[in-house]
Design a protein around this ligand. Structure first.
Ligand code: PMP
Ligand code: GLN
Length: 407
């Protein structure tokens, strides 16, 4: 995190948002919506402030929100969660990830993630001093036949898929945590039941704890279904499930997240959380407790995102990109190689000038060695860039018009 010259690395999202501000280009880099969440939820936050909910919340989170989280998990997934001992409210999913990894992993432990991975996953593993082990998620044709988890009865869907053979090879006695992310940022893949079964099997075999980042749980499209790994046989007792109100309700700035799982693990995470933030924003917890009881807003958001996904994917394909249509999240990965751009980093630097658009290179979600060499997954995805489609349709149309100039 500290560069050799003493400067501090900033996240790729901050860098790309600054690039958009500097150049006036359309920011399809950082994933945040350009329209705020439901009016009733905004009003609930204002009402909570006016009602005097302005001092420290209880450490685990306000009881109303913990109860609503438990009810949400039961209503959607049939999970039985004790709101008093098995739920912790956090400052966004980011704090849930940090507190969980810091609580449970340290030097000598291996933490397995998917690759590409969300940047905070790798950063928190580094902060914990643990060893980061990665399992590729690659476009299905790039994986060896034996690597995907098609069961024979149902072929695995196309798009990005988990390299199950590598998963089985790398999980072992030193594996402390397996950090899953579905729906997956940046690829938009929704892990299949077969892929999740494979992760569950290796976690049980090697007695590893599964941490699952499900912040895009409600943003799934077409016939894809989000399956929480905690619902698989034998998994509730070894899984910590993380989510957040940011993506589901378009309040990324509110930073209300949560983690739930077995009481003894949640207690360990809470112990760390005390010294990261102590407690999380009280009025926003009241507003999110109200939002989470209502499933209409996430359903409407997913439907409108599916249309915006189609708009951007069709535009990218027309412009000449190789497009992997996502089944979830609000991101699409597009391969610029067919347009004659072998290097996604270089393309993203030039994209404001060439197309008036900002995107993020997928290699930013991949590992580099100490000597700066890219990982095998980074090399395989060197020409891929990530665009977000959580912007108004008019903004996406303007971006597509700019991207067509690349062809
Ligand atoms: N995990 C993933 C995969 C994400 O994309 C994000 C959102 N940027 C987060 C965690 C962080 O969520 P929050 O804003 O709630 O901290
Ligand atoms: N999760 C968002 C993304 O992937 C942004 C989060 C951030 O800026 N840290 O674009």
């Amino acid at each position: 995190l500290l560069r050799p010259d003493g400067s501090v690395a900033q996240t790729v999202f901050a860098e790309m948002t600054q690039l958009a501000a500097r150049t006036g280009a359309i920011n399809l880099g950082q994933g945040f919506p350009d329209v705020g969440g439901p009016a009733s939820v905004r009003a609930a936050a204002v009402a909570a402030i006016e009602a005097g909910h302005n001092q420290y919340a209880p450490g685990p989170g306000i009881p109303e929100l913990r109860h609503t989280i438990a009810a949400h998990q039961h209503r959607h997934y049939g999970l039985d969660v004790d709101p008093d001992t098995e739920v912790l409210v956090t400052t966004g999913a980011t704090e849930a990830l940090a507190a969980t990894i810091l609580a449970l992993a340290g030097p000598g432990d291996e933490v397995v993630t998917l690759e590409p991975f969300y940047d905070a996953h790798a950063a928190c593993i580094a902060l914990a001093g643990a060893t980061h082990v990665r399992v590729p998620m690659l476009p299905a044709p790039a994986l060896p036949d034996h690597a995907t988890s098609g069961t024979g009865s149902a072929p695995a869907p196309g798009g990005f898929r988990l390299d199950v053979a590598t998963l089985r090879a790398v999980v072992g006695p030193r594996t402390r945590l397996i950090l899953v992310n579905t729906p997956h940022n940046p690829t938009g893949a929704v892990l299949t039941r077969a892929e999740l079964d494979a992760i569950a099997a290796v976690s049980r075999e090697h007695d590893a704890i599964v941490v699952t980042d499900e912040v895009y749980e409600h943003l799934v499209f077409d016939d894809a279904t989000h399956v929480p790994i905690a619902t698989l046989p034998g998994m509730a007792g070894r899984t910590l499930t993380i989510s957040s109100a940011g993506k589901t309700y378009s309040f990324t700035g509110w930073k209300v997240g949560w983690v739930h799982g077995p009481a003894e693990l949640v207690t360990a995470v809470r112990t760390v959380k005390q010294f990261l933030t102590y407690t999380s924003g009280t009025p926003f917890q009241h507003a999110v407790a109200q939002a989470l009881a209502d499933d209409d807003a996430p359903r409407a958001l997913a439907a409108s995102l599916a249309a915006r996904r189609d708009l951007l994917c069709e535009g990218l394909a027309d412009a000449g990109f190789g497009v992997s249509v996502p089944q979830g999240t609000y991101f699409v990965v597009a391969d610029a190689a067919p347009l004659g751009f072998p290097d996604g980093v270089e393309l993203c630097r030039r994209l404001p000038e060439l197309a008036g658009v900002v995107a993020v290179p997928v290699s930013a979600f991949c590992a580099t060695g100490d000597d700066g060499t890219p990982s095998a997954t980074a090399s395989a995805l060197a020409s891929s860039v990530r665009f977000t489609f959580v912007k108004r349709e008019g903004v996406l149309r303007d971006a597509v018009a700019g991207l067509r100039r690349l062809g």
